[in-house]
Ligand binder design. Sequence first.
Ligand code: ATP
Length: 328
Amino acid sequence: MDSNKRPESMERITTPALAQAFIAEQVEAVRKQVGDKKVLLALSGGVDSSVVAALLIKAIGQQLVCVHVNHGLLRKGEPEQVIEVFRNQMKANLVYVDAVDRFLDKLAGVSDPEQKRKIIGAEFIRVFEEEARKQDGIAFLAQGTIYPDITESVGVKAHHNVGGLPDDLQFELVEPVKLLYKDEVRVVGKELGLPDGMVYRQPFPGPGLGVRCVGAITRDRLEALREADAIVREEIGKLPEVPWQYFCTIPDFQSTGIKYVDGKGQRYMGWAVIIRAVNTVDAVTATVPEIPFSVLCTMRDRIISTVDGVNRVLWDISEKPVATIEFE
Ligand SMILES: Nc1ncnc2c1ncn2[C@@H]1O[C@H](COP(=O)(O)OP(=O)(O)OP(=O)(O)O)[C@@H](O)[C@H]1O
């Protein structure tokens, strides 16, 4: 039987009981596959790799080595959450790699979006390879492959795919959620005790904030983006109906602002934050939900008063097509 084909008889995991049954079955299967060997996992803190991590911690505990790479392009609080959940709460064997300078130095002055993506992907593989070489006795590589990755692409995670590792680091794969759809992964994640903020995290591009800091990334603009993004997520996240995705970008142009110092107006140049929220079923087309004007004003006020360097807040009403969801 093709192990990459979901059996027609497989029931959709929609309830805690079904999730528990799946977890028990996979814990057994992983123990059987891995024995007493060690497993390596690149842990982003996204839903898929987090669920795999939690499942493997349950199955094999300290035989799992998780590697979390902070490339400087993660959202506010994400690396801290990975450390809190996996190292402090689940007592996982977690290697935290601070690679912020490495990534940002490589990206300095690069404005072409494709080039930026390539640099981020290649550097990620390099960092992960270095960490893999520091570990003794790794025999398996775990991946958060899910069913749409198999049916919609070539069968492996396309971005940051650790399949890009050199030949001598080609381990046997452990892919416990590869037959699950995203909604099922979330139900399983919840049963494994992962926090809602992780399980229901909105989609985030592989290259992270890198493609929302439009053009050549600078550290100050990236920091402003991270702060503004946290405000946008917090405020729009309070709506009774939360859009599919909501975030902001900061393009690489400045416009004139005015600051009052000792009652005297002074002109200065500042960045613009562009807020974007979309609804979509398949990400092929997207519509723009209505956001109450009062919420837009709250975001404007918070961003302008707390985010350094920003003097303008814009609301993007473009649908897809013709505008893509992300700016790059
Ligand atoms: N910063 C990171 N640190 C460690 N591993 C990462 C990081 N970013 C990505 N990865 C690895 O690359 C895989 C694919 O990343 P991608 O950004 O495409 O996210 P994804 O398909 O939504 O998966 P996830 O939900 O696990 O983030 C992740 O599952 C993870 O194994």
